[in-house]
Design a protein around this ligand. Structure first.
Ligand code: SF4
Length: 211
């Protein structure tokens, strides 16, 4: 056992997909990708889920391996919302199933989804939710949040759109560890977001921790 600890106590790549992205060699063309979506939606019983990657954070955590842009310039939200809207319209023009088949899952990840104001999050989500068939019995919507950059207003708006699950990036409560990983969020801040989520009716409150 001691030998195993010694063997693996070294820096290593972080795997969130396999093979890792640099080894993807057979990416589809746009037409192949759209065709494969239409084929998947050909089945009338097909359902679908939607993931939004919102790639902005105000500061960089030292353990980060995510695709994100570090900035405090919140004017960038507007451009990104407009681009997402354009991309969504391009999809629905070519993939009828996005309107016809039931949406059962929605997830906001990043980056820090709550980098975006409540108003801008609503601008991204509402037009999509209003124009698709949401399966109310099976629908689950979730959001990842940074407790230091999340407001009750954001959580309230998201809950109003059907969000019931929240994953809070706690990482570690120890101020010394927080300093080392450049993630400053006092216990009281995390508690206040946790309490707000429960009061608003989020039925699943998850903590992300690092080891
Ligand atoms: S909040 Fe998440 S995505 Fe942003 S820098 Fe920290 S670990 Fe990376």
């Amino acid at each position: 056992m001691t030998n195993l600890f010694a063997k693996y106590d070294v820096p290593a790549p972080r795997y969130t997909s396999y093979p890792t992205v640099p080894f993807w060699t057979d990416s589809p063309t746009t037409d192949q990708w759209i065709d494969s979506l239409n084929q998947a939606f050909a089945d009338e019983a097909a359902t679908w889920s939607l993931y939004f990657h919102l790639p902005f954070c105000e500061s960089l955590c030292t353990f980060c391996a995510c695709n994100t842009v570090i900035t405090r310039d919140h004017k960038r939200e507007e451009t990104y919302v407009d681009l997402l809207s354009t991309e969504w319209n391009l999809y629905v023009a070519r993939v009828a199933g996005l309107r016809e088949r039931s949406l059962t899952g929605l997830h906001l990840g990043g980056g820090t989804p709550t980098f975006f104001s409540a108003e801008n999050l609503e601008r991204i989500l509402k037009p999509i939710l209003d124009s698709t068939r949401v399966d109310k019995d099976r629908f689950e919507a979730s959001v990842e949040v940074h407790p230091g950059h999340t407001t009750r207003e954001q959580l309230e708006m998201l809950h109003g759109l059907g969000f019931t699950r929240i994953s809070i990036g706690v990482q570690d409560f120890d101020p010394e560890v927080q300093k080392l990983v450049n993630r400053h969020q006092p216990y009281e801040v995390t508690k206040s977001i946790t309490d707000a989520a429960r009061e608003l009716g989020y039925t699943s409150v998850n903590y992300d921790l690092i080891y």
